[in-house]
Design a protein around this ligand. Structure first.
Ligand SMILES: Cc1cc2nc3c(=O)[nH]c(=O)nc-3n(C[C@H](O)[C@H](O)[C@H](O)COP(=O)(O)OP(=O)(O)OC[C@H]3O[C@@H](n4cnc5c(N)ncnc54)[C@H](O)[C@@H]3O)c2cc1C
Length: 317
């Protein structure tokens, strides 16, 4: 079922989860171990992230370095199929512009359609690790809005080969990313909202936000979106902080601000197990306020370990 349908049907705020494919060589059992405890909450959908290739340097016998392309977390489509099969729950694979030609995107969408996947989260993807700028494939997409355009075309039965006649239309519900604290490349919020609106005008059905620790950022973002006629559901993304290191890692990776009281609480902790508990309490408070605000769904980034998310959601369900 489509994410938008789940939201329409819901009488209260929903809880959804996002997982990462495990590192290459790890069994899919690690995904089940993380999801099993969350299934009691009947999530309407589970997102599976997509990870493009990165470059690593290996030392050769002659001492020179060799650049190799590796995908450390493959398996997005397979994991979606496995989850749907095991738990009978909808999945939302993330699809990205980076590393894909239009033809490869089309073929990936055909696979997803044949598997019965009803939703996709359409993203640009980050620049390749160690590169400053995002570069599209020669025959790929530069922005998420362009990739979204391709999914929309397929939803209208228009494939890349114009000689195809009577092509079966797909029917994907399309999510896009939004940034309550602005995307790091956008010169300012106004510009970022302008391009978010372009994604909505191109046919996005819902927005999922980048993680944030200060709910006011989400409330302001929703207000700004509504003032700019962006009227689709805006699903807040939450990640409970779980290690001291994340105090610098998360701002560096996701360009977000961690509020003072949370920083203070984390710094008081002696061990990471205490930080994990601080993260749970903070996220519980965030969840409570987001429910009161009327968020359609709260999306938890589980990052592989779900005991903390289980504690948070468990106190509301
Ligand atoms: C909920 C969520 C899930 C994510 N999942 C993944 C994942 O699974 N895999 C992954 O690799 N990454 C993922 N990301 C990260 C995402 O790919 C990066 O944040 C990326 O840098 C931007 O993606 P986007 O889809 O927001 O890009 P876009 O919407 O294309 O925007 C990128 C930047 O370009 C600007 N812009 C947009 N259109 C134009 C235009 N026409 N002209 C000029 N500027 C423009 C925007 O303002 C923004 O600054 C996720 C992010 C979020 C919030």
């Amino acid at each position: 079922m489509k994410v938008t349908k789940h939201i329409e049907k819901a009488k209260q705020t929903l809880f959804s989860f996002e997982i990462l494919p495990p590192l290459k060589g790890t069994s899919i059992q690690s995904i089940y171990n993380s999801l099993d405890p969350l299934m009691e909450f009947n999530p309407p959908f589970i997102d599976v992230t997509y990870h493009r290739e990165e470059y690593v340097y290996k030392k050769r016998e002659d001492g020179l370095l060799e650049r190799r392309s590796v995908r450390k977390r493959p398996g997005t489509v397979g994991i979606c199929a496995a989850i749907m099969n095991k738990y009978q729950v909808d999945t939302v694979p993330h699809i990205i512009c980076g590393g894909f030609s239009k033809e490869e995107t089309e073929n990936a969408l055909i696979d997803l359609d044949f598997l019965g996947v009803d939703n996709v989260l359409v993203l640009r993807g980050d620049p390749i690790k160690n590169e400053t700028y995002f570069t599209a494939e020669p025959d790929g997409h530069q922005f998420a809005s362009e990739l979204l355009g391709q999914v929309k075309e397929m939803n209208n039965g228009i494939y890349l080969d114009e000689d195809l006649k009577n092509s079966a239309p797909t029917d994907f519900c399309i999510g896009v990313a939004g940034y309550p604290e602005k995307h790091f490349e956008a010169p300012n919020m106004r510009s970022d909202i302008h391009f978010l609106k372009k994604k909505v005008e191109a046919g996005a059905d819902y927005i999922v936000t980048q993680m944030f620790f200060d709910n006011q950022k989400y409330f302001d973002f929703v207000k700004l979106c509504r003032e700019n006629d962006i009227n689709i559901p805006i699903i807040p993304g939450l990640k409970p902080i779980s290690t001291k290191k994340q105090l610098s890692l998360l701002p560096q990776r996701f360009y977000l601000n961690v509020p003072n009281p949370l920083v203070d609480e984390v710094l008081k902790c002696k061990e990471n197990k205490d930080v994990r508990q601080v993260g749970v309490e903070w996220a519980k408070q965030q969840t409570k306020e987001l429910i009161e605000f009327g968020a359609p769904c709260i999306h938890f980034y589980t990052m592989g370990k779900s005991d903390n998310v289980q504690q948070i959601v468990g106190s509301f369900v």
